[in-house]
Design a protein around this ligand. Structure first.
Ligand code: ZN
Length: 241
């Protein structure tokens, strides 16, 4: 079984479609790590596609913000404006769906969680090497797939010591090691590479490939501007920041 692992789609329909097209011949199913909405101009379409396609999906802070489970004070100004805009655009069914997603899910030998597995509803970011290593006691599976920072990376622990790789491409599981993988963001990459990011997890081969996909950034930007969302949210897509 091979899964496409998508995180932080953020209402970017152009990026989501490009990633699903890239994954079509490479994966048998889809797993989603949250933040399906917020920032982008197509939250409803993204929710419907991810609901239909995902074998498992967990909530991010943006789902909780839009569903009313997390106070918008928690967000910065751009994120708050986007959350308020998104909340108005979605219907009751969409909002109920967002609010009902679990914080953690397990698929095979992997834990899925949006932020840190230590306390998933506190939305801590895993950024530094130490951030990741200290999270290992808080999940029991071999793999833990995370999003939230929008920056790909892999942390691992095993008998030969801890390792951290900031821009991995292929991660092959070694005997006795466990892994936390941030698959990056489909809809708003922040590692100065504007291409959409996602992962392919081959369960049987014990391998994760992190892929980048070119998509129609200009259309996604134009829709954000036309929707009256903050212009910064459009411009950052082109810069990948
Ligand atoms: Zn996000």
């Amino acid at each position: 079984m091979r899964y496409a692992i998508l995180s932080d789609v953020h209402g970017n329909l152009e990026a989501l479609r490009a990633v699903l097209a890239d994954a079509a011949s490479r994966a048998d199913g889809v797993l989603c790590l949250g933040d399906s909405v917020g920032y982008g101009a197509d939250p409803g379409a993204c929710v419907e596609i991810l609901d239909r396609r995902s074998r498992a999906i967990v909530a991010g802070n943006h789902e909780h913000g839009v569903a009313g489970l997390l106070g918008l004070d928690w967000f910065n100004g751009w994120a708050r404006a986007a959350a308020e805009w998104t909340r108005e655009r979605l219907d009751d069914d969409h909002r109920a769906w967002l609010g009902a997603l679990p914080l953690v899910s397990q698929v095979g030998d992997a834990t899925l969680v949006h932020a840190s597995p230590e306390a998933p509803d506190e939305w801590e970011y895993l950024v530094s090497p130490d951030d990741g290593w200290s999270a290992f006691p808080h999940f029991a599976t071999r793999w833990c797939f995370v999003g939230h920072s929008h920056v790909p990376g892999v942390w691992s622990l095993g008998s030969s010591g801890p390792e951290f790789e900031p821009r991995p491409t292929v991660i092959g599981a070694e005997a006795g090691r466990r892994y936390i993988v941030n698959v990056g963001s489909v809809g708003q990459p922040r590692d100065r590479d504007p291409r959409a990011a996602y992962g392919i997890w081959d369960m049987d081969a014990g391998q994760v490939e992190l892929r980048r996909v070119t998509y129609d950034v200009q259309s996604a930007r134009d829709k954000i501007v036309a929707a009256g969302l903050p212009r910064f949210l459009a411009d950052r897509l082109a810069a990948g920041t």
